[in-house]
Design a protein around this ligand. Structure first.
Ligand SMILES: [Zn+2]
Length: 339
């Protein structure tokens, strides 16, 4: 057993809870434990599962625990260490997660939302690294002393919704109310459909996975002779439309599917272009299921982003490197920041 302090990273996800242990300064896990989130859970049940996972890990790997970083899949009051609420699980309203874990484990604890920690995780350990093989380095960044991460990064996850987080000059930028990074609710089409936030034409309602399925359905309903291959893929059952099937049909040459996919990519790229003009980040990292839609989708996102920002602005727009684990890695970086 070494004297190096241990850091605990916890991720309360929508479908699963994960606890992982690492040595301070390390870039790999000593061990990790995961459990599916039970259906019809409440906050207390989720916390009980996570405490058990953490206890198991610490019992299996004795050492000096120094700090805990926690990612939560919902809005968090970072300054007060409170979960504001969960959009999926009842009972989380104003839950004092930081103080509860501090009381139980006796070490500093910090809690943040999964989009901010996805950004921090990718910045510290993933696609925010200057020398990442996944990354196209068309504009090689100057290295900061002792640091191999880019100086500023916008992380965007595109799946059932569109979320985002900022790392600026090596720190998460949370904003006055902890709401920074909500690129999903920036406007790209004032005449677009109504978004869950009540406004019209947000990036999310134009470009997320369900939006791609909706756009395909609308086209198929309006153009009875078009999209033959896509119709075959879903056996003419419009309720079976998903973003994955649309991108599959597009890859196989279905013109309607390709138009729908590229329109969604263009709207996302337009939103990214707005963000580039406002903040001029060095790199944009895209994660989430929709980013697996193929090279044409990526090319259109990049093209639209560059078309919608100033010519002096150039940012790499690259795939995330850590997949679903980005918030867990971000929780580790958060714990590290407490030392
Ligand atoms: Zn919205």
């Amino acid at each position: 057993m070494s004297d190096t302090p241990l850091l605990l990273a916890l991720d309360f996800g929508g479908t699963k809870h994960t606890a992982a242990l690492a040595q301070a300064g390390a870039r790999k896990w000593i061990d990790r434990r995961q459990q599916a989130a039970p259906p019809r859970a409440d906050a207390a049940a989720d916390v009980t599962i996570m405490r058990a996972l953490a206890r198991e890990l610490l019992a299996a790997h004795p050492g000096r625990l120094a700090a805990i970083g926690v990612s939560f899949g919902g809005p968090v009051d970072f300054a007060r260490g409170l979960v504001r609420l969960s959009h999926h699980v009842p009972g989380w309203e104003n839950w004092p997660l930081r103080d509860q874990l501090h009381a139980e484990f006796g070490v500093p604890v910090s809690v943040d939302n999964d989009a901010n920690l996805g950004a921090l995780g990718e910045w510290r350990f993933g696609a925010g690294q200057v020398e990442t093989r996944h990354v196209e380095t068309r504009h090689p960044a100057p290295l900061r002393s002792g640091d191999y991460s880019v100086a500023s990064l916008l992380y965007i996850t595109v799946s059932t919704g569109v979320g985002g987080g900022w790392v600026l000059e090596g720190r998460v930028h949370r904003g006055a109310e902890g709401m920074a990074g909500e690129i999903g609710h920036t406007l790209v089409d004032p005449n677009g459909p109504e978004c869950i936030c009540g406004r019209r034409g947000c990036v999310e309602i134009m470009a997320c996975g369900p939006a791609i399925a909706r756009r395909a359905r609308e086209r198929l309903e309006a153009e009875l002779d078009a999209g033959t291959h896509l119709r075959g893929l879903i056996q003419n059952d419009l309720s079976a439309l998903t973003a994955e099937r649309v991108s599959c049909a597009a890859l196989e040459g279905d013109a309607l599917a390709e138009e729908v996919l590229l329109a969604a990519a263009r709207d996302l790229g337009t939103g990214i272009g707005n963000a580039l003009s406002l903040m001029n980040p060095q790199r944009v990292v895209l994660g989430g299921g929709v980013t697996k839609s193929g090279e044409a989708w990526w090319a259109e996102v990049r093209r639209a982003a560059r078309a919608n920002t100033l010519p002096e602005i150039s940012a790499d727009i690259v795939p995330a490197a850590l997949g679903d684990d980005a918030p867990l890695w971000g929780a580790l970086a958060l714990a590290e920041s407490l030392l």
